[in-house]
Design a protein around this ligand. Structure first.
Ligand SMILES: [Zn+2]
Length: 440
């Protein structure tokens, strides 16, 4: 019999370093620690906009990237009216309305708003009662100030995240648009040991899997997260059976929901791909399971499975756990090789960092590691914008700076094409036509 979603209960899953090391790097996944939102660095107050905010905003003078697959525009102009992009082009192409607020972006670079496809609100509690300002500050510190206007939460308490999502959607709280998976589901006997005493609900058989996935979607989740491979103890990996993955995936797909999988290693990745999932939520670089299966990159692209690299996560875990440097080096090499092989097969990369599990919110390292893995600026920008927008069915609203799209933009200092770290040097973030972060 399957456990209920409510079994993913509060708890502080702390483990000794030795136990983590025993699991290799497989431990790096959805966090299940709870507490107050981490507000470190939340000293910049997001500007949600008020009655005085002009209805028309014009950004001028920037190098503008309308999308990764089209040429940039020097001294680009973008006019936003209310929540929609009204005009895009050169100063000669676009006439700026007289009543527009002008935002001089000379020397800056303008791109579509970013997605982070792997975040967690699992540390957040009290989203129904905490003051809007406090929530907005915490959201800015973790996400908004880095340009993330849309995020995919791959593991949290659904009831709490629903409040957060609702208060953001109503405009009361300044933050990104959230798609959430709720709790996620583990294989039978495979709730990750390292989040104990918290437990992820388990899918025991295909019938129960369909029921719980239905229930999760009924309760407000938009995507489903499966642990296709999960460490139930430091030295015991549990794979989700193919028929269970297929039942969960079919149920989700019948309702228009995507399925993300946490693979842990090559066997977990293969189980997920064979089971029909849509996205792997991580690379799977742990050297503890032997060499990774290099045939998976082609299989993934053949099946249309997307990949969220979470490259920084592996370095973060190695540092946090003081793992031997050789283990860390091998993990980083494996992860980079997986991304490179996947990109060579023209697979769909989706940007994601596992922030919220990681208490280090800076995305710079992720950009640098993606570049070092061989990705171009355009590929990284696609992973931040057009890729997720298409994969999550929002391409008509998000991902491109094009007339008629939602008015969400990221403005950074300098040229990310020349220096990829510039993607994290965010000057302004615009969401729903309003400046929600001003880094001046
Ligand atoms: Zn995660």
């Amino acid at each position: 019999m399957c456990m209920g979603i409510e079994d993913w209960g509060p708890g502080q899953g702390r483990l000794s370093r030795r136990r983590f090391i025993g699991a290799g790097l497989a431990a790096a996944l959805s966090a299940a620690t709870f507490g107050r939102p981490n507000s470190s660095g939340a000293d910049t107050l997001p500007q949600a906009g008020g009655p005085s905010t002009p209805r028309i905003l014009a950004l001028t003078g920037a190098t503008l990237y309308p999308a990764p697959d089209v040429p940039s525009i020097a001294r680009g102009v973008v006019v936003l009216k209310d929540k929609t992009i009204q005009a895009v082009g050169t100063p000669e192409d676009v006439s700026i309305p007289a009543d527009a607020q002008i935002l001089d972006c000379t020397g800056l670079t303008v791109m579509a708003g970013f997605w982070n496809c792997h975040v967690h609100f699992s540390r957040w509690q009290g989203a129904d009662t905490l003051p809007a300002l406090q929530l907005g500050r915490a959201l800015s510190a973790m996400l908004t100030r880095y340009g993330f206007v849309r995020v995919v939460d791959t593991g949290s308490r659904l009831s709490n995240t629903r409040y957060l999502r609702r208060r953001i959607a109503s405009g009361e709280v300044s933050g990104p648009l959230i798609l959430t998976a709720g709790s996620g589901f583990a294989p039978s006997g495979g709730s990750p040991y390292y989040i104990q005493p918290a437990r992820v609900p388990e899918l025991i058989d295909s019938t129960g899997a369909a029921t719980l996935v239905d229930q999760n979607l009924d309760e407000g989740a938009e995507v489903i997260k499966l642990y296709s491979g999960s460490w139930s103890s430091p030295d015991s990996m549990v794979l989700m059976p193919p028929d269970v993955i297929r039942a969960a995936t079919k149920t989700a797909h019948d309702r228009g929901a995507l399925v993300l999988a946490h693979p842990s290693n090559s066997a977990g990745a293969k189980a997920a791909i064979d089971g029909g999932v849509d996205i792997l939520a991580h690379t799977f670089p742990s050297p503890s399971s032997g060499p990774w299966d290099r045939s998976l990159a082609a299989q993934m692209t053949g099946e249309g499975v997307g990949l969220i690299p979470t490259l920084k996560l592996w370095s973060y875990e190695v540092r946090r756990l003081s793992l031997p440097s050789l283990v860390g080096d091998r993990a980083r090499e494996n992860a980079a090789a997986q991304v490179s092989a996947f990109a060579d097969c023209r697979g769909q990369l989706l940007f994601g960092t596992d922030v919220g599990y990681m208490s280090d919110f800076y995305p710079t390292d992720e950009y640098v590691l993606m570049k070092q893995a061989g990705l171009s600026f355009e590929q990284i920008l696609a992973a931040l914008t057009t890729g997720p927008a298409a994969r999550f069915g929002r391409a008509a609203h998000s991902g491109r700076v094009v007339v008629g799209m939602d008015a969400e933009l990221v403005v950074v200092e300098g040229s990310p094409k020349r220096d990829i770290a510039a993607l994290a040097r965010v000057r302004y973030v615009v969401r729903e036509g309003r400046i929600v972060f001003d880094g001046k």
